[in-house]
Design a protein around this ligand. Structure first.
Ligand code: 5GP
Ligand code: ZN
Length: 113
């Protein structure tokens, strides 16, 4: 989608600090990190968010989680990290291209705010 920020990052039209990419996903550093590791894992395919995803997207959603686990392993933060989808404005979703937050590298409290 031409006017989607994260589609533009996928296409390289907007710069981002990429940490991983493959044929289905791109992962890059969050511009406003909330922890020492704060990486966003996104599908190359435009999906607005989790509630807009359908059953054909099930494998892709699971794959994003596995990419997050791979990055966490590479960074040595497996003592404790979190993968999060913010779903809808009430949960803080501000970019409407599906993105999985990988947050770690510090103690994480529960429940999140
Ligand atoms: P949300 O609030 O939608 O769950 O997460 C959006 C995330 O995207 C936020 O954590 C925000 O800091 C990040 N973000 C917004 N714009 C940009 C950008 O242009 N580049 C990068 N790397 N991250 C961004
Ligand atoms: Zn998009």
């Amino acid at each position: 989608m031409a006017d989607c920020l994260f589609c533009n990052i996928v296409e390289g039209k907007i710069p981002a600090r990429r940490v991983y990419e493959d044929e289905r996903t791109v992962a890059f550093e969050d511009i406003n990190p909330q922890a020492p590791t704060h990486v966003l894992i996104i599908p190359r395919k435009h999906i607005a968010g989790l509630k807009e995803a359908g059953e054909p997207d099930a494998e892709l959603l699971g794959y994003c989680q596995l990419v997050a686990a791979k990055i966490a392993r590479q960074r040595g933060i497996e003592q404790g990290y979190r993968t999060v989808y913010n779903v809808g404005p009430g949960a803080g979703q501000s970019v409407f291209h599906l993105h999985l937050h990988l947050i770690g590298g510090r103690d994480l409290r529960w429940p999140p705010g």
